[in-house]
Ligand binder design. Structure first.
Ligand code: HEM
Length: 371
């Protein structure tokens, strides 16, 4: 049901409207307020994109606006509880023995107590949003996911779990993909220039994209986004547990109960799949005669593959491409420490441990239209 709904053009257009509004009304003004400080304020783009993606996914899923991206950088209760719950869950997954957290959970102490409190805060807020939404059924023309489902799903707890899983799935992943994309653009100015050229050719010099449909013609941009996630997949590895004895396509026998892990980060850097230049950032590898050509998803499992493929893939691509188009047209960004090696923090989603500090400069009107 959810995949059918997300496959509709109307929901993709709605995703585009949400993202465009957040970009124009919050992201651009925020970056503009940081531009012009030649040696001045550095902006942590990773933090900005986390706030941005939380606002977007909440508006898309619930029709709720946590306003995390206002320039005062307010801390939303919802976002703080989300952060805490994600961090504590990741820590659980990394403990040597699950026995430790299981005992803490039974005794309701330490990290398990904090996790329980954070989850109940999220659940309360989510249920309140659902109750409010039910009151408005038939009275408004809201287009978010929740509004599409309140009429057909009567079980509030089930509805809450669907929506919360969307927030979880669609926040840090998008923030991570945007952060590494802008890192790669900052270190590959020739790719940045080609994205601007393509945008000028398809959309028009100095003009901003006006519809979701226009985006389909931007093949080089699509290739750049895919290429960036090949090198920096937001979910670097993922595990599944085998329910029954099984045999993998290469003939490997897997006994029931085995944990099987696939590793998109390693796969994205394998010569066997991508050739000798696998470590280079080369969007061209995704183009045939200038047209984007997708790789077999089993070789590129960034959104997973098969029946449990990511349901928000299109929304994620819309978000990334919209942000790229608007920001590249308006700003130049330089890394504060161009030679710094980025290290990842431990966690469920790839995050740079020192953020991504940049200097922002607004492009002159002439540059923006002649690029
Ligand atoms: C670049 C951004 C994203 C990446 C790389 C990504 C990747 C993935 C991956 C690898 C999975 C499979 C996880 C598993 O089964 O263990 C997944 C599942 C999922 N994703 Fe995404 N995702 C992204 C953005 C989004 C967004 C924006 C949304 C929501 C609008 C979303 C919604 C979902 C949902 C609902 C599932 C669960 C599907 C199921 O269990 O059948 N994702 N995603």
């Amino acid at each position: 049901m959810m995949s059918l709904e997300l496959g509709r053009v109307s929901i993709r257009s709605f995703a585009y409207e949400v993202v465009k509004c957040e970009v124009e009304q919050r992201l651009i003004p925020l970056l503009a307020s940081y531009s012009g400080h030649e040696h001045g304020d550095l902006l942590d783009l990773q933090d900005v994109f986390r706030r941005f993606s939380f606002d977007c996914i909440c508006r898309f899923s619930f029709g709720l606006d946590p306003r995390c991206l206002r320039s005062s950088f307010p801390a939303s209760k919802f976002a703080v509880s989300f952060d805490l719950a994600s961090k504590l869950s990741a820590q659980r997954a990394m403990t040597v023995s699950p026995l430790v957290w299981k005992i803490k959970r039974v005794l309701n102490i330490g990290s398990e107590r904090k996790l329980r409190e954070a989850i109940s805060m999220i659940n309360e807020l989510a249920l309140e949003v659902i109750r409010q939404k039910r009151k408005r059924v038939g009275l408004t023309t809201e287009k978010d996911l929740l509004a599409r489902f309140v009429g057909t799903i009567n079980d509030d707890t089930y509805l809450r779990d669907i929506i919360v899983s969307f927030l979880l799935a669609g926040r840090d992943t998008v923030a991570s993909s945007l952060t590494s994309f802008f890192l790669l653009l900052a270190t590959h100015p020739q790719v940045e220039a080609r994205i601007r050229d393509e945008s000028d050719r398809v959309i028009g010099p100095g003009r901003v994209i006006s519809s979701y449909e226009q985006m389909r013609e931007l093949h080089y941009l699509q290739a750049s986004v895919y290429e960036s996630m090949r090198l920096y997949p937001p979910i670097q590895f993922d595990s599944k547990f085998c329910l029954e004895d099984d045999v993998l396509p290469d003939g490997t026998f897997v006994v029931k109960g085995t944990r099987v892990t696939y590793h998109p980060y390693a796969m994205g850097r394998m010569e066997k799949i991508w050739g000798g230049d696998c470590l280079e950032f080369k969007p061209e590898r995704w183009l045939k005669d200038g047209v984007f050509f997708p790789e077999n998803p089993f070789n590129y499992p960034v959104f997973q593959a098969g029946r449990r493929v990511c349901l928000g893939k299109e929304m994620a691509l819309v978000e990334m491409k919209t942000v790229a188009l608007f920001l590249l047209q308006r700003f130049d960004m330089r890394l504060a420490s161009p030679h710094q090696t980025q290290r990842f923090s431990p966690g469920l989603t790839a995050t740079f441990s020192s953020g991504l500090l940049v200097l922002v400069r607004e492009r002159k009107a002439s540059q923006a239209s002649d690029s």
